[in-house]
Each structure stands twice: as structure tokens, then as C-alpha cells.
Design a protein around this ligand. Sequence first.
Ligand code: ATP
Length: 324
Amino acid sequence: MKKIRKIGVLTSGGDAPGMNAAIRAVVRTGIHNGLEVYGIRRGYQGMIEGDIIRMDSDSVSGVIGLGGTILQTARCREFFAYEGRKKAYEQLVRSGIDAVIIIGGDGSFTGASIMSKEFQIPFVGIPGTIDNDLYGTDYTIGFDTALNTVVQAVDKIHDTAASHGRIFFVEVMGKEAGFVALQSGIACGAEGILIPEQKGELDKIRQYLTDRAKRKKSSIIMVAEGEDEGGAIAIANKMKEEFPDFDIRTTILGHVQRGGSPSALDRIIASRMGKDAVEALMDDQKSIMIGVVNGRIVHVILSKTVKLHKMVDPELLEMADILS
Ligand code: ATP
């Protein structure tokens, strides 16, 4: 096994608060262990183009509290094709990079998993996405911050909703997963939660509007963007037609959910994962994702986290139903 001397780190896919804390941990742990650390800018796009910079301890000073990613990120079409990945491999060889740490979501890990089979480069993944939708880890970096952003925003919406006696459908991120909608819905005391993982929930909302809403001052219904009925606007329009007496409004929180200074939890998880990712590489591990389960760091085979689907916790769903 070739001894690892130079490692690369990149952020890929959607940005998430806490990615910088992970980059910082990778850089400082690498240097602490005598490695050279290189930042690959703009994800796989930068890998293909050789947009690679040497990083030292000072290059990550003061970044732990910054949102976004100092290495920038990208969605890279070219990387889907073998030719693109070959170019990327050649750039790594040119820079003498022996191993790469990918901070991203399942798409980024799929790309890493494919490339590691085609070329002899060890990859280790750190889950960085606000969606928290990766199999094998309780948390992904950015989820906690996004959740808190949503809760702050919805608390404010609640104030105005209560003053006017309105029903708000609030759409949050989650194209294929409802973790943000479910947990923020619980934290905000939402009257309804619509997520892609649960079918037939709109009937419950209908029932609620028929039975209860008239008695309440206001209501918040959380909607994940990938929800089956077509998102908050489509649902609100449908409900307006069916319940013309209600004052129904829509808010789409959008990209505000991605930004902002990471929460303490995200900074700490990112730091732990970043440190462990470097140590895993030095321990000759490859094609794994670093996860956190029951508060402890775990290693999950990268192809497994890509193939398997993380389920929403049925106990949380039941609780949300009871408490609403
Ligand atoms: P998020 O969950 O925040 O969207 P992600 O990592 O899932 O993050 P994607 O846009 O799905 O984001 O993937 C990021 C990049 O990973 C893609 O732009 C592409 O370069 C690479 N990638 C994704 N899927 C594949 C694949 N099947 N083969 C090769 N590369 C891929």
C-alpha cells in the first residue's frame, strides 16, 4: 500500500453551513500528521480543470463560523462521463495527490464511488448536506443550522399568521427527503407536515381544515419541496379552491435555508468528521463515508450509503401527528 503524503479536499453538490469547519479540520489534522493538504476548488469541476491550491494552517484561520464553503462548490456534468473522470484523475496525478476527502451529498459520493473503482485513488466522504438524507449517519453537516434557520423564520411567520388568522403553507428544502420539514414542523408546532415519504397526508389536512381550523387563530403547514402534490403553491391553490372561506397564504423559504453561520452542533460534528476522515485515510481505509450514530463516529462503505435509503423515524411521524 502506497504511503499517503498528499491529500486533497473538496466540497461538492449543494453547499451547507459547517463545510468550512470540516475543511479546517481536514487541513489542520493533515498538517498535524505531516501531510501536505491541497484544496480542490469548485468540486469535481475544479478537479477536472486542475484548480488546486496548497493549504496551510493560516488558510483556514477564522473560517469555522463562516457559512458556505471557502473552496466553493459546483455541480459538474462532465464528471458523469468516464472521460471527465479520467481528466480529473490525471490532474490528481499531476499534483501528486494520493487521496481525496469529499464533503458533499449522495450524488458526490456516487461520483467518488465510481471513480475509486476506475482509478486507484482512495476516497473518504464526509456527509455535507442540509437534507440529512444520507444512509448510515444520524447527522449530515448543515442540517442542524438549516433546521434552526427554518424554525426562526416560521416563528416569525406564526406571529403574523396569528394576527390575521391565516393558514400558511411553508415550503422548505427536501426534493426527495422530508427530514427538514418533519423536524422543523415538530420544532415549530406545525398543524400539518407534508413530506415525500408519507402518502395521503393531504386528506388529513382537508380533515383538519374542516374540523379544527375555524377554532384556531392560525395554522402552519410545513411542506417539503418534493412532496407528491407538487409543493406548497400547488397545495395552497388547491386548498383555496376547496376552502374559499379561509385566508390561505404561502411562503417558500428557499435558499435562505442554506446560508448563515453554522450552529455549534454543526461546527463540532464537522470538526470530528474532518479529523476522522484524515485519520481513516492514514489508516489505509478507502471508499468509506464518515458518519455519526448515537453520538459516535462510524465508518460506512461508500457504495452502501449511496444505494441504501435513509428512512424517516416512524416514532417522530407519530409524535408529530399526536402533538399537532
Ligand atoms: P446535495 O445533496 O446537496 O444535492 P449532492 O452531492 O447529492 O449534494 P449532486 O448535484 O447530486 O449533489 O452531485 C454533485 C456532483 O457529483 C454532480 O454534479 C456530479 O459532478 C457528481 N455526480 C453525481 N452523481 C454522479 C454519477 N452518477 N456519476 C458521476 N458523478 C456524479
